[in-house]
Design a protein around this ligand. Structure first.
Ligand code: NAD
Length: 505
């Protein structure tokens, strides 16, 4: 049986690949191959960059009013048709439909923020900074900008970047994950319908070859990357070495600190939502609960009760399950191996999701919600990112030891504290070495007008995603110092020769 090939989007049109290289795309709920995706070669990478560069020349000169019109049209089309996008995401990623819709809505917040870009890309003006001299600043787009995104949010993560990049006048090349490549193409068609000129939004399907092509081409001015930490590091080092502006968001290991005064029913609900939503394939998922003595046993019982009520199945089923499958069979093996390691290292497996099969979907990449008690903090199952539906509970004697454990980790993406003690929460937000903090909120993804990004090995580079950081990242400033001679002034010729450094007076 021949499967359809998912190609690129270059110069405002779908573009079949001629590279002869492809990768399979699965439906994770059945395990079947639903399509194959093209993997770009050097000729296609060059064509994508050349088209974007030529589109940039015109788009960057297009008036603010016209650019705004395109953004508003895109937002309206997304509002009307986002159900189609959610279905595509579920079919290739596996997350349940309402969760796919959730990611689109969070991405749409950035589109809406970008609709008001004129205010956020204004320069400043200082009249008479020196006598008869004005100083002002302009914010200009960078040029061709690259976005490289992970499999787990095929719509939201690209939307963290491209609405702002396009609004500011750049031309975008998006290299989506080869595991779920269709969302990007759907978005490209929507841009076309919204009136975006050809070449301003390009989709280049591919693997390391396409990524390295973007990293090494001098016509690409910046790279926005989201993915695992080893690749984020490679991206950051290579793009920086090549003189590009770069923001590279990496992996995570997010802790929830539970103080004894917290409402344990609320904590158990939120731990299950944040640990098992999207089968744990979220960079802001809670992976470790630090239970300050003596709440661990009661909390474990409450979480186990809730797990027993979860329904796992095909995310596209008419009766929506709570949780879908993992992305690939290979990833399921990796998640299982971490549970094996935890067990070998002496942890107690309270609820075991290994070996789960779903009737009628025996080939699907399902892995059941898993709860682990007392994993040693030296175990790779504690120290490394698992990226699956696996929650570990670790007992800590005090608030301070909980904070120290969080701070000893290599990642610093998100964390949460659950307590009714405002003083403790305030101390937590001050002392914890993490970029995004929730207080009785388990997944503290900031709204679009704040910025998203972690600390330590979770973010390489100075700029976070979206918010004011996004506008700063996708523009560069020019300062102009100008003197216009007053036609009525009697010193129009100037004050004569002076080789000293110019002074303001
Ligand atoms: P990944 O690092 O495997 O892939 C991300 C992107 O890099 C993909 O487009 C992929 O094609 C490309 N890539 C993969 N290997 C490459 C290589 N050797 N050279 C160049 N490019 C390469 O990540 P993933 O598995 O798709 O996504 C999951 C990871 O992303 C997790 O670690 C998760 O924590 C992280 N993530 C982080 C955030 C955040 O905001 N910090 C958000 C979402 C996901």
């Amino acid at each position: 049986m021949t499967v359809r090939t998912i190609g690129h989007w270059i110069d405002g049109a779908s573009s079949e690949s001629r590279s002869g290289r492809t990768a399979p795309v699965f439906n994770p709920a059945t395990g079947g191959i639903s399509a194959e995706v093209a993997l770009a070669d050097a000729t296609e990478i060059d064509a994508a960059i050349a088209s974007a560069q030529s589109a940039f020349a015109t788009w960057s000169r297009t008036s603010i009013a016209r650019r705004q019109g395109v953004l508003y049209a895109f937002r309206e089309l997304l509002n009307a048709r986002r159900g189609e996008l959610a279905a595509l995401i579920t079919a290739e990623h596996g997350k349940v439909l309402s969760d796919a819709m959730g990611e689109i809505l969070r991405g749409q917040e950035v589109v809406e923020l970008a609709c008001g870009f004129a205010h956020l890309t204004k320069g400043a003006f200082s009249e008479n900074a020196s006598t008869g001299v004005d100083v002002y600043s302009l914010k200009q787009p960078l040029g061709v900008v690259g976005i490289i995104s992970p499999f787990n949010f095929p719509a939201m993560v690209p939307m963290w970047f491209f609405p702002i990049a396009i609004a500011a006048g750049n031309a975008v090349i998006l290299k989506p994950s080869e595991k779920d490549p269709s969302a990007a193409l759907w978005i490209a068609e929507l841009w076309k319908e919204a009136g975006l000129p050809d070449g301003v939004f390009t989709v280049l399907q591919g693997d390391k070859l396409a990524v390295d092509g973007l990293l090494n081409d001098p016509r690409v001015q910046s790279i926005s990357f989201v993915g695992s930490t080893p690749i984020a590091k490679h991206i950051y080092e290579t793009a920086s070495r090549n003189g590009k502006r770069v923001q590279a968001l990496g992996g995570a290991k997010n802790h929830m600190l539970v103080l004894p005064d917290a409402n344990l029913d609320l904590v158990a609900d939120q731990a299950v939502n944040a640990g098992y939503g999207a089968a744990g394939e979220r960079c802001m998922a809670i992976s470790v609960i630090l239970a300050v003595d003596p709440v661990a046993d009661a909390l474990i019982d409450k979480i186990a009760e809730r797990i027993a009520r979860l329904h796992i199945g095909d995310g596209a089923a008419a009766v929506e399950p709570d949780m879908g499958p993992l992305i690939t069979a290979q990833h399921r093996e990796k998640v299982a191996s971490y549970v094996d390691t935890a067990e070998q290292d002496g942890a107690r497996i309270v609820v075991d999701g290994r070996g789960l099969t779903i009737d009628g979907h025996e080939g699907g990449f399902f892995f059941g919600p898993t709860l682990i008690d007392s994993v040693p903090t030296t175990s790779p199952a504690y120290r490394e990112e698992i990226f699956g539906p696996v929650l570990s509970v670790i007992r800590v004697p005090s608030f301070q030891e909980g904070v120290e454990l969080i701070n000893s980790g290599e990642f610093g993406n998100g964390t949460a504290i659950f307590t009714n003690d405002g003083g403790a929460a305030r101390r937590f937000q001050h002392e914890v070495q993490v970029g995004m903090i929730g207080i009785n909120v388990p997944i503290p993804v900031p709204v679009a007008y704040h910025s998203f990004g972690g600390w330590k090995q979770s973010l390489f580079g100075d700029a976070k995603a979206y918010g004011t950081h996004g506008f700063d990242f996708f523009t560069r400033e020019k300062a102009v110092t100008a003197r216009w001679i007053d036609p009525a002034a009697d010193d129009r010729i100037g004050s004569g020769i002076n080789l000293g450094f110019p002074r303001n007076d």
